[in-house]
Each structure stands twice: as C-alpha cells, then as structure tokens.
Design a protein around this ligand. Structure first.
Ligand SMILES: Cc1ncc(COP(=O)(O)O)c(C=O)c1O
Length: 368
C-alpha cells in the first residue's frame, strides 16, 4: 500500500487514528480560538472577500510575535504558499538553493518548479544540523538562496544563536537570500531569527499550523523588509486574500498564546519521554536527536533492517497509529527512519508507546 492510500485510510478513520504523521497538533486549544471562528460564521463574514492586507490586527500581531515591527507581512494560505512565491520570484533556471538532506522536500519541489536545484547537504550525521562551513563549501556562482529550516523537519534539531549568525554570514558573504523557515519556532524557546543578523535579504516563512494547531485552516505568513518583499509580491497569485475564518482563528491564537504555548510545550516534553521509553525497548532503534526542538523527531530503524514503509503500514492498519516513513523526507536516508510527531494528547501518545515495540518485534521476526 502506498503512503497516499495510508492517508486515505487515516482520513476515513480520522476520529480513531492517532495522528503522528504530519506534525499537526491535535491538543485541545483554548476555547477562544474556536469561538472566534464560530463568531465569524455567525456573522457571515465569509460573504465578503477578506481585506487583502489581512484582518485588522493580524499582520501587526504576527510582527509582534516575532519582534519584527519594522518588517512587511504577507498573509498567505499557509507558510508553504509564501515559500512558493519566494522561490518563484527569486530563482531563475539553473540557480541553486543550499539546503539539507533530510529536509521538507515539498519546498525542494517548488525550487524545481522555478527551474532551479536544491543542493542537499547531508545532515543525517552528528550533530544533525547544517554547519556554516558546509554551507560555505556548497556555495557556487549559481547559488541564490540558503534555505534554513529551523528547527529542522524531520530531525527536530534546532540552531543556536551563534550557528544562525554564522549561517547568515555565509549567505551575506555570497550575496544569497536566506529563507528562514520557522514553522516549528514555537517549540524552541531559544529560537533566533536570521533577520537579526541579515535583515536586508532574509525572508521569514511563518506558520499557524503547528503551534496553535491550525493546519487545516491553511494560514501562514511571509515576512521581510519592505524592499525584500516587494519583488516577491509580484508572484502573489492570491490577490483576493486568505480565508477569513482562518485569519480569525490565527488572530485569536496569537491573542491567547500565553495560555496555550506553555501547555503545548509541556505536553511535547512528556510525549518525547514516552516515545523514548518505547524506542529503548527495541534493539537496533535509536533517536538521533533528543530532545527535539520541534514537535517531531526521527526514529532510526536502520540496524533492525525493517522497512520504514512497513512500520508506517502496520502501525496504522493494526494499531490506528499513523507515523510517516522516511522516504517522504529524504531520498538518500529515507530507508533508515520513521518520523513521529507528538503534538497530541499524552493519553494518545501512550498508544504509540504500546504499539511501536510490538510492531517492530513482529516485523523483525518476520525477516528471513
Ligand atoms: C518545514 C516546513 N515548512 C513549511 C510547512 C508548511 O506549513 P504550512 O502548513 O504553514 O503551509 C511545513 C509543513 O509541514 C514544514 O514542515
């Protein structure tokens, strides 16, 4: 069965499946977020096109969340749309983007749509982060962008202030743009923005999908200095604005962030421990990055020689726990790991803790 079929099955059984496959967040959030959506529905706000610049107060709230008051904000249909616009606007055929392997490969696909190429630097090795000197060595006359996914999806590794500064300096030395993808920033209390060191050519890709759990709403933002964002806006196909219910939810989420953020971080910490305990029970499995600075990490299964696709398959169909085989995130290393995300209620994470050793034992003993 393919991963697509697994998603079809998982959506059909949505209420029963423990959703650990897409770094989404199913932890119950403060009621104020749902109320904001319902109020908008009751007032039939959806009859109108939303104000293109964003709901009154939303761009300002995003800037305040990041401490980037002087920057321009484009409200988008998820962070991924802003990244599409940016890659389309900044890249020409033959250009190169310095990135990593593993990575969130849909962005590499966007790079390819612009006729450019992602140069995937191996970070599936100690310490599972992109080093500035590796980025520097990878830079050529064709390099145009440094894509920094921080914290990294799927590894969960995060970057320190001095690492972000060093990477921003490499970009500056080579005249590159930085796309700093901060989709998982909420999970790393010490997160630092590349804009601090290289504001002129840094674009920030911002998401509401993971921290406040609004993935299905499809709302995010792209930020940059006004001069940096102007060329990108030429590729804004979304001239009629972003879903108004999504924007209401996003604004409410920022307004009550003080309530949900500590709660979410606490659950994420507990869930990582549950998963670690389960992984320790399986000979040959390990966690390359622990603790994660995001809401996911990878479980390395290479030594067990069990196929990660089979792990995904059996956890889902036998135990209703959905994780993601590594092939979605790395062509080179995907056969060595599964990715699990853990922004889920702790009682549900316990189901993974119970099922994972059973599935691994069954698959390992079935091997010739
Ligand atoms: C690194 C990274 N960037 C962007 C996205 C897309 O986020 P959004 O839901 O805001 O479009 C994801 C989603 O998983 C991601 O992992």
């Amino acid at each position: 069965m393919t991963s697509i079929d697994n998603f079809e099955f998982a959506h059909e059984h949505r209420r029963d499946v423990v959703w650990m496959s897409q770094n989404t967040n199913t932890i119950p959030m403060p009621r104020a977020i749902k109320d904001a959506i319902l109020r908008s529905v009751e007032e039939s706000e959806y009859n109108l096109y939303p104000f293109k610049r964003g709901l009154s107060g939303l761009p300002e709230a995003v800037k305040e969340d990041l401490g980037l008051e002087e920057q321009d904000v484009l409200i988008t249909n998820g962070g991924i749309e802003g990244e599409y616009m940016a890659t389309r606007a900044l890249l020409r055929p033959g250009d190169e983007v310095i990135s990593t392997d593993p990575s969130f490969l849909p962005i590499h696909d966007q790079i390819a749509m612009a006729g450019a190429r992602a140069v995937e630097i191996d970070i599936y090795r100690e310490d599972y982060r992109l080093h500035a000197d590796w980025a520097n060595e990878a830079a050529t006359a064709r390099s145009r962008i440094l894509l920094l996914i921080d914290p990294n999806n799927p590894l969960g590794s995060g970057y320190t202030r001095s690492e972000v500064r060093a990477l921003a300096e490499v970009a500056k030395d080579h005249g590159l743009w930085v796309i700093h993808d901060i989709t998982y920033r909420d999970f790393n209390p010490g997160h630092v923005l590349a804009s601090e060191f290289y504001p002129d050519k840094t674009l920030i890709s911002y998401s509401f999908s993971k921290g406040p759990g609004l993935a299905g709403m499809r709302v995010g933002a792209l930020l940059g200095m006004p001069d940096a964002l102007t060329p990108v806006k030429k590729y804004d196909t979304n001239v009629l604005g972003t879903n108004v219910l999504a924007q209401r939810a996003a604004l409410a989420a920022l307004q009550c962030k003080g309530e949900w953020l500590p709660m979410v971080r606490d659950i994420v910490r507990k869930n990582q421990e549950i998963i670690r305990t389960a992984v320790k029970k399986v000979k040959g499995c390990s966690l390359p990055v622990f603790p994660s600075m995001a809401n996911m990490f990878v479980i390395d299964t290479a030594q067990t020689r069990v196929d990660p696709d089979a792990v995904e398959e059996h956890l889902l169909h036998d135990h209703l726990v959905h994780v993601r085989a590594g092939g979605y995130l790395s062509k080179r290393f995907g056969s060595r790991f599964v990715r699990v995300s853990f922004t889920i209620p702790t009682a549900l994470c316990a189901k993974f803790g119970d099922a994972f050793p059973k599935v691994m034992e069954a698959l390992a003993s079935a091997k010739p």
